[in-house]
Write a protein that binds this ligand. Structure first.
Ligand code: NAD
Ligand code: 022
Ligand code: ZN
Length: 375
């Protein structure tokens, strides 16, 4: 069938909106009509050419929501008409990782997903017979796409596609990092570095978990009002601190009889390796946990003095907020419908597919929290 897609033709070039051919679903695959998709940093990282694993031509996009149109042989968990969110971290419930209960990093289709093809090694997308690659197993920058059954979460059909698409990456990553990865408890103190589309969701996750002190750190003063909107209690701009940031934050988090200071939990939502170090060192001696969420550029390294770890801090990381997609994503959609979490105000821009490159420009300029394409 013919579908409308934004094709990444080559590194560094704008996406080209054009007609692409899509084959129907094979065994254990599902054809989905994508109704909305968010634009996220990883799409830009790959399109820019900075991603050494980027493959072209490809149909990018990994933050979508849509409706099942057709299921291939052997598919049992989904039927036409079901509302779904694609999962760049699938959940097969059978591989050693899924069975371990210790990680959400399912390995069932990992290698083919990284190669931009379906689990059988072929692509469903083409232009005039020339192969076009899938991306992160999702390819949501097309109005129809094919995914493996294990990479789709079935969600409540009452939820609007142009809002819940954001649950496909940013919302789940931020809230999941708090609940699944850090396991924040009531009354905790926390510092969030970087108040963008991920950091704001960490903040609302902290509010949900009952954290007492939620400090937001950003170079951009416009983010103060944004953070406060979702539960931030203190704002720090490192450019205005007038001393080293880490001792300033450690001092700010001294409470009661505790004169050591440092936050119980800290989160890097910038992808900057220097910030990752600051986040670790601003966590509390003896028990502080620091979660790396930001994805740094290829080849980058993090460093600190081993003393920071020997004295009881834990450095950890998270992919997709540690969420098991088919199990956890439907719950987050229900939280949204129940008003437990907010999404609408973070979607600052909506555009048709024809204007998708404008969404990338808005992300570069820092003017958007999230841009969403509606088909
Ligand atoms: P964003 O651009 O919307 O937000 C980043 C924020 O960090 C901005 O507000 C910026 O002003 C601020 N910032 C930049 N440098 C800073 C510094 N030195 N100190 C303090 N603040 C600083 O980006 P986003 O959409 O929120 O994504 C954040 C990161 O999370 C990206 O690296 C993205 O790739 C990553 N991410 C990771 C996962 C995962 O599963 N681990 C999932 C989604 C996104
Ligand atoms: C999503 N991300 C950043 C912005 N939006 C993002 C990028 C990468 C990962 C998670 C979120 C990630 C962390 C760890 C891995 N990935 C490796 C997982 C594994 O090896 O099992 C990751 C993922 C998918 C892909 C590449 C890297 C891909 O499909 N190409 C989850
Ligand atoms: Zn993303």
């Amino acid at each position: 069938m013919d579908v409308r897609a934004a094709v990444a033709v080559a590194a560094g070039k704008p996406l080209e909106v054009t007609t692409v051919q899509l084959e129907g679903p094979r065994a254990f695959e599902v054809l989905v009509e994508i109704k909305a998709t968010g634009i996220c940093h990883t799409d830009d990282f790959t399109l820019s050419g900075a991603d050494p694993e980027g493959i072209f031509p490809a149909i990018l996009g990994h933050e979508g929501a849509g409706v099942v149109v057709e299921v291939g042989k052997g598919v049992t968990s989904l039927k036409p008409g079901d509302h779904v969110i694609p999962l760049y971290t699938p959940e097969c419930r059978e591989c050693p990782s899924c069975l371990s209960r210790k990680t959400n990093l399912c390995t069932a289709i990992r290698s083919t997903q990284g190669q931009g093809v379906m689990p059988d090694g072929t692509s469903r997308f083409s232009i005039n017979g020339e192969k076009v690659h899938h991306y992160m197993g999702c390819s949501t920058f097309a109005n129809y796409t094919v995914l493996p059954e294990i990479a789709l979460a079935k969600v409540n059909p009452a939820a609007a596609f142009d809002k819940i698409c954001y649950i496909g990456c940013g919302v789940t990553t931020g809230i999941g990092a708090v609940i699944n990865t850090a396991k924040v408890e009531m009354g905790a103190t926390a510092i969030v570095f970087g108040l963008g589309g991920i950091g704001l969701n960490v903040i609302q996750g902290l509010r949900l978990a009952g954290a007492d002190m939620i400090i937001g750190v950003d170079l951009n003063n416009d983010k103060k009002a944004w953070g406060e909107r979702f539960g931030m209690t203190h704002f720090v701009n490192p450019l205005e601190v007038g001393e080293d940031l880490v001792p300033y934050l450690v001092n700010l988090t001294k409470r009661g009889a505790d004169q050591i200071g440092g936050a119980d939990y800290t989160f890097d939502c910038t992808g900057n390796t220097k910030v990752m170090r600051q986040a670790l060192e601003a966590s509390h001696r003896g028990w502080g946990k620091s979660v790396v969420i930001g994805v740094a550029g290829a080849g980058q390294e993090i460093s600190t003095r081993p003393f920071q770890l020997v004295t009881g801090r834990t450095w950890m990381g998270t992919a997709f907020g540690g969420a098991r997609g088919r199990t956890d994503v439907p719950k987050i959609v229900d939280w949204y419908l129940d008003g437990k979490i907010e999404i609408d105000p973070m979607i600052t821009h909506v555009m048709p597919l024809e204007d998708i490159n404008k969404g990338f420009e808005l992300m570069h300029s820092g003017k958007s929290i999230r841009s969403v394409v509606v088909y």
